[in-house]
Design a protein around this ligand. Structure first.
Ligand code: ATP
Ligand code: MG
Length: 238
């Protein structure tokens, strides 16, 4: 039996907050691998200073290349139209079969929105959802702020708070249907992609917020630079 983590996101760009959360969850749950799934973005939504899907995919690739148990999937990029996590998880289910366990990893900010996602209840049934802590959001808000409509939409899931140090692979495996949503306290880094894009735009350093390979890629491809800025200005960040 394989235990596979799946972490979706726009990864614009991928940063050490994503990587560290994934790393801790990988070891704590004894996963076999974690696959990062960059989301495509509908073309009309692409904003001027955001990176294309291919650039984002390439950066996830560069950030994970030295970690044998991290990989990147183009599954949402090759699918036309909007990216829905439920469809991605259905495809992973098909790929891995019912005998393997899938863990869908998301930050608490993303989970707070989940009732608005396509087929949210179905999504919760396709994978064991792992919600990772993130600075600025409290894990206990997840339950407190959920309205009864939202709970119902999600099929009244059970929530379980766990310290990363208290998790074992057995904890994760022991959960039978209906699975609780696991809220895990990871060492969360206060890093966001939007902050990184802002720093690059201002020509400031992003070193130690992203891997060196990603910083170099951003510089080389002049991502997140404003068109009006002088050429030299964006380069300080690399
Ligand atoms: P943006 O600022 O553009 O929204 P982001 O930093 O939130 O970017 P996303 O690509 O939106 O990054 O996030 C992908 C997933 O990773 C989401 O589930 C999000 O909650 C989670 N995540 C992002 N940053 C962190 C972090 N520092 N610690 C833990 N989880 C995170
Ligand atoms: Mg985000």
């Amino acid at each position: 039996m394989m235990h596979i983590g799946v972490m979706g996101g726009t990864f614009d760009p991928i940063h050490l907050g994503h990587l560290r959360a994934a790393e801790e969850i990988y070891w704590a749950l004894g996963l076999d691998r974690i696959t990062f799934v960059p989301a495509a973005r509908p073309p009309h939504k692409e904003e001027e200073f955001e990176a294309s899907a291919l650039h984002r995919y390439e950066m996830v690739s560069l950030a994970t290349v030295y970690t044998p148990y991290f990989s990147v999937s183009p599954i949402e990029l090759s699918r036309p139209g909007r990216s829905y996590s439920v469809e991605t998880l259905r495809e992973f289910r098909k790929l891995y079969g019912a005998e393997n366990a899938i863990y869908f990893i998301m930050g608490v900010d993303a989970f707070l929105d989940i009732a608005t996602w396509k087929e949210a209840q179905e999504l919760l049934s396709l994978a064991q959802v792992i919600v990772a802590a993130r600075p600025g959001w409290r894990l206990d808000e997840v339950e407190r702020h959920m309205t009864s409509e939202q709970r119902q939409l999600l099929g009244n899931p059970r929530f379980e708070y766990v310290k990363i140090s208290a998790i074992t692979r057995e904890t994760a495996k022991a959960h039978h249907e209906p699975r609780p949503v696991l809220l895990v306290e990871v060492v969360s880094l206060d890093i966001s992609s939007s902050e990184i894009r802002q720093l690059v735009k201002e020509g400031r350093s992003i070193r130690y917020l992203v891997t060196d390979t990603v910083a170099a890629y951003i510089g080389k491809n002049r991502l997140y630079c404003s068109g009006q800025k002088l050429i030299g200005e964006c380069e300080a960040s690399t």
